[in-house]
Design a binder for this molecule. Structure first.
Ligand SMILES: C[S@@+](CC[C@H](N)C(=O)[O-])C[C@H]1O[C@@H](n2cnc3c(N)ncnc32)[C@H](O)[C@@H]1O
Length: 256
């Protein structure tokens, strides 16, 4: 039987960054269970009759509600099996990157419900596009590491800082704006050059997009406390002579 349940990546915010498939599925949805971060302009693509359910999970916070989300998803999916409704679970960026997709897929599998996954543009690549900086570069950045700055217990996770620093690759940190001070000191203590380029991008791809350029040692004080979702990019690949903040200011952004 064709899946009636779709786990869909909404991309970083700009509706133009949805995949064609995500757009098409949204237009057929009867129910959309979405995260709070999803741009309302994307939800407007759903048919007027579609039920929109804000499952209210933001950036790994309130993780205690994940069980509730799983139960809700399974309940909607079950009733969709009998009514023929299309159920969409819509997540920011790509659902398979820091999206807790595993828990939701396992809950659906345990209930014998098939689910199709539609990837989305993850924030890291959208930020790279906005900054006009490649995250990998021959001889400069041979690897790319996606990290979370927010551990299950709330603070900074215990990454292997020495190993991360030694790779010389680009580090992209999701959910790291609140733990940036600890993150920066761990990296510097592990041997990272304090002048290593570090860039924070808040609200990537939206009109409220805001870029902070710094070094790893100055980023904590330069960044302050952003209110919107923020991604951090660290590494030699981010260095350049041009003015990255001016470039990002020229970037085409979507409706917010
Ligand atoms: C729970 S993670 C979800 C990541 C998402 N699945 C992805 O692929 O981008 C949430 C974090 O992603 C980053 N993020 C999501 N949307 C963003 C945006 N539009 N601008 C900047 N950072 C964003 C922030 O670091 C935020 O704390």
């Amino acid at each position: 039987m064709e899946p009636r349940v779709f786990l869909v990546g909404a991309g970083p915010g700009d509706p133009d960054l949805l995949t064609l498939k995500a757009h098409r599925i949204l237009q057929t949805a009867d129910v959309i269970l979405h995260d709070s971060l999803v741009n309302p302009a994307i939800l407007e693509l759903a048919p007027a009759h579609a039920e929109l359910v804000d499952v209210g999970k933001r950036c790994g916070k309130h993780s205690a509600t994940q069980t509730t989300i799983n139960k809700l998803l399974v309940a909607y999916a079950r009733s969709g099996q009998t009514t023929g409704q299309i159920i969409v679970r819509l997540k920011g960026g790509d659902p398979m990157i820091f999206g807790r997709a595993t828990e939701e897929l396992e809950a659906l599998a345990a209930a014998n419900i098939a689910c199709e996954i539609i990837p989305g543009i993850t924030t890291a690549t959208a930020a790279a596009a906005t900054l006009q900086r490649s995250l990998t570069q021959r001889r400069i950045a041979r690897s790319l590491h996606f990290l979370t700055g927010h551990g299950a217990e709330g603070g900074l996770p215990a990454h292997d800082w020495v190993a991360l620093t030694r790779t010389g690759g680009t580090l992209v940190i999701y959910m790291g704006s609140q733990t940036i001070a600890g993150l920066a000191s761990h990296l510097i203590e592990a041997g990272m050059n304090p002048t290593m380029p570090a860039i924070a991008v808040e609200n990537v791809s939206l009109p409220t997009q805001n870029v902070t350029t710094a070094t790893i040692s100055s980023l904590p004080s330069r960044l302050g406390r952003p209110t919107g979702p923020t991604i951090l990019l660290i590494g030699d690949a981010l260095a350049a002579d041009d003015d990255v903040e001016a470039i990002a200011a020229q970037a085409v952004v979507g409706v917010g």
